[in-house]
Structures are given as structure tokens and as C-alpha cells.
Design a protein around this ligand. Structure first.
Ligand code: CMP
Length: 387
């Protein structure tokens, strides 16, 4: 078996192993949380107490073993104290320590196991949106804080006003400012439990105003967070795409303004191994650059493999015809997609790139039918600065 095939099998096996571990982790988490919740149901908790306790202890054992393995000193990994002080390390500690400690300090079993809800924190590091949310809140802290101050002002002013207007008629609900604050919070957040309702005309007018302010305040917060998310997402995508674009040798030769222009145009596509990227006979509206991984162009009598740095899908863009071959990834690969409209405008400004792609397309077409050996290499753009 060739070294290439062995590498491919190892990468698939590594991916399977990581995926299997994640699935087991999620199953343990789901079973543990279900057992914790079942314990709080009086009938079920009493009848199946032993089974539920065994399940919970097994889950805790799993998380303890995970913590031990991850913090075990080994070459190339973070030292144990450093791991335990990192975000994921602290989460692993929180999943394991509080329950035995609570039991040790004499908390009732049912109460101690409620701390199993902390196991949910284990999902935090694998949810990319959470780190994004943290970054957005950090970036938009000032506008968010300004809206929060408006919220507080409306809250306090309306609570004081309602206290003034309603305290005589409803002393139990508006008799003090803290009591009125409860009404103000439920009204400003447009929750409106209906347990405290102003009865005077003026009081109702203020309530209407507070509700409208509430909608405005939450609209502002939503707008700030939404634009923050979009901007951060664009920033991250740009940085990732920049790295990918400059990792493609064929594109690396472009000057910085062109790389910026292309980075904005290219869309990243992460694919698992053995995924069909383009299918022979289908219309083509984009071409692909291989940032990492490898694809196989299924040609007769012998397929051609294209590695990182190469491109494909250009025939359809150059002659407007259907795809001439099916292209499949042979391993997990990252591709960069250039849509036909962007291809046209970019190559119009960069004739040297158009020339290189056309020359390579012509070479590929003339190579059809000739015996092929090994990998196809990526062409370089002539006459450009090399960073
Ligand atoms: P397109 O026809 O759009 O879609 C299939 C792609 O396979 C094609 O563009 C080329 O990019 C690629 N391809 C076709 N023939 C060859 C070849 N001989 N060597 C390398 N790539 C090829």
C-alpha cells in the first residue's frame, strides 16, 4: 500500500476516532442530565433511586477519567496546572469537583446531584457561537452599556412615577419604590404578568409609554448585537480566507491589494473526504482553489489527483460548457470558491491570472488521452512580486 494511501486511511481513522469520542461524551452528558432530572420527580426518584444513583456515579466517573487523562502530563500537551487553569480545564473541574464536595460537606444527596447541571458547561467550548458572542459583547460594550443606562433611567423614573400615582389605591403593589420596580421591570421588558396593573388614567398613560420604551430598548440591543455579530463574522472569515488565499502558492504571487480583493470574493468550503464537488455534465458557475487536502478528477482511462495549491472547475467558466469531469475529495479538504461573476471581474483586472488559468486549461485539455503520472502541480503567476 502506498504511503499516500496509508496517510489517507490514518486521517480518516483519526477523524472517526474524534467523532466517536464526541458522540460518547454527548451520550454520557444526556444520560447524566436525564438521570439528574429524573431524581427530582418524587415517584420516579424513590422507585429507581439505586439505578439513578449508579447512572449518575458512572457519568461522574467518566468525566473524572476525562479530566485525569486531559491533565496528565504528556509530550506536546499543556502541563497539568496550565490545563486546569485554562477555560476548558476549569469547566472539566466544575463538572467533577462540586458534587463530591457537596456530599462531603453534608448536602442531601438529591441536592448535591442537582450540581450535575454544571455538566452542561462542557458544551461551551464546542459551541463556536459562544466565543463569537463573547467577542461581540466585548467589541460592542460601549453601545450596549449606553442602552443599559437608558433602560435603568426609564426603569427608575417609571417606578417612582407609578409609586406616586398608585400608592394610595394599591399600597401592596406600589406602596414603595422597590415594589413599583417589579411592575416597571415586567412592563419595560413587555412581559406584563398582570399581577400589578395601574388603575389611574395617568398611571396607564405612563405604562403605555414604558412599554413603547421597552420595545425601543430591546430593539436597540438586538440591532447592536446583530450588526456586531455580522461584523465579527465578516472579520473572522476575512482573516481565515486571507490565510487560506496566501497558502495557495498559485495565488501567493499576487500583490497585497489583489489578495485583499480576492479574499473578499472567495468563499471557504470545508469538505469531508469522498465528497463529490462537481459532477460531470452539470452546468458550472464557479471554480475552486484547493487550500488544503486533495481531490480526484475522475477521468478515463486514469483519474488525476490535484493537491493543495491547484485549481479546478475552470473549463466551465472559460467556455461556458457543462462540467467535463466529476471531481471528488480524497480526504478532508478545504476549498476556496470563486463565483463566475467574480472570476470575470477579477481576471479582467488581472490578465496575468487569466493567462495562467487559460494556459493550464489548455495544457490539461491537450494532456487528455496521454498517460498521467502522480500529482498535477499548481502553476504560478508569472511576473509578480513574491512575498
Ligand atoms: P470543469 O469542466 O469545469 O469541471 C471538471 C474539472 O476537472 C475541469 O473543469 C478541470 O478543472 C478539471 N480537469 C479536467 N481535465 C483535467 C486534467 N486533464 N487534469 C486536471 N484537471 C482536469
Amino acid at each position: 500500500m502506498s504511503q499516500h494511501r496509508i496517510d489517507e486511511l490514518l486521517s480518516v481513522f483519526g477523524l472517526l476516532r474524534r467523532s466517536a469520542y464526541r458522540i460518547v461524551q454527548y451520550c454520557v452528558l444526556a444520560i447524566g442530565l436525564a438521570a439528574m432530572m429524573a431524581m427530582t420527580i418524587p415517584d420516579l426518584g424513590a422507585r429507581s433511586a439505586t439505578w439513578l444513583a449508579v447512572t449518575l456515579w458512572c457519568c461522574l466517573g467518566f468525566f473524572a477519567a476525562e479530566l485525569t487523562i486531559k491533565s496528565w502530563p504528556r509530550a506536546g500537551a499543556k502541563a497539568a496546572p496550565r490545563y486546569l487553569l485554562s477555560g476548558p480545564g476549569l469547566i472539566d473541574l466544575l463538572a467533577v469537583l462540586p458534587i463530591p464536595l457537596a456530599l462531603l460537606f453534608g448536602a442531601p444527596t438529591g441536592t448535591a446531584w442537582l450540581l450535575a447541571s454544571l455538566w452542561l458547561l462542557k458544551l461551551a467550548p464546542v459551541v463556536p457561537g459562544l466565543s463569537l458572542l463573547g467577542r461581540v459583547i466585548e467589541q460592542e460594550a460601549r453601545p450596549l452599556a449606553s442602552v443599559f443606562v437608558i433602560f435603568l433611567i426609564v426603569l427608575l423614573l417609571s417606578a417612582v412615577a407609578l409609586h406616586l400615582l398608585e400608592r394610595a389605591g394599591q399600597p401592596e403593589r406600589f406602596g414603595s419604590v422597590p415594589r413599583s420596580l417589579w411592575w416597571a421591570v415586567t412592563t419595560l421588558t413587555t412581559t406584563g404578568y398582570g399581577d400589578a396593573v395601574p388603575e389611574t388614567f395617568l398611571g396607564r398613560m405612563i405604562a403605555a409609554l414604558v412599554m413603547i420604551c421597552g420595545l425601543g430598548v430591546f430593539g436597540l440591543w438586538t440591532g447592536i448585537l446583530a450588526t456586531g455579530f455580522a461584523a465579527e463574522h465578516r472579520r473572522r472569515e476575512f482573516v481565515q480566507n486571507w490565510d487560506l488565499v496566501t497558502s495557495v502558492p498559485f495565488l501567493r504571487n499576487l500583490d497585497a491589494p489583489s489578495v485583499i480583493e480576492l479574499t473578499r470574493m472567495l468563499r471557504r468550503l470545508d469538505l469531508a473526504g469522498h465528497t463529490v464537488v462537481v459532477r460531470r455534465g452539470r452546468p458550472g458557475d464557479c471554480m475552486y482553489f484547493i487550500a488544503s487536502g486533495e481531490v480526484e478528477v475522475r477521468l478515463e482511462p486514469q483519474p488525476v489527483r490535484l493537491g493543495a495549491g491547484a485549481f479546478f472547475g475552470e473549463f466551465a467558466l472559460l467556455d461556458g460548457g457543462p462540467r467535463t469531469a466529476t471531481v471528488v475529495t480524497t480526504m478532508p479538504s478545504t476549498l476556496l470558491i470563486l463565483e463566475v461573476s467574480d472570476f470575470r471581474s477579477f481576471t479582467a483586472h488581472h490578465p496575468e491570472l487569466a493567462q495562467t488559468i487559460e494556459t493550464e486549461a489548455a495544457r490539461r485539455k491537450s494532456a487528455e488521452g496521454r498517460p498521467r503520472h502522480g500529482h498535477a502541480t499548481a502553476p504560478a503567476i508569472p511576473g509578480k512580486r513574491h512575498r
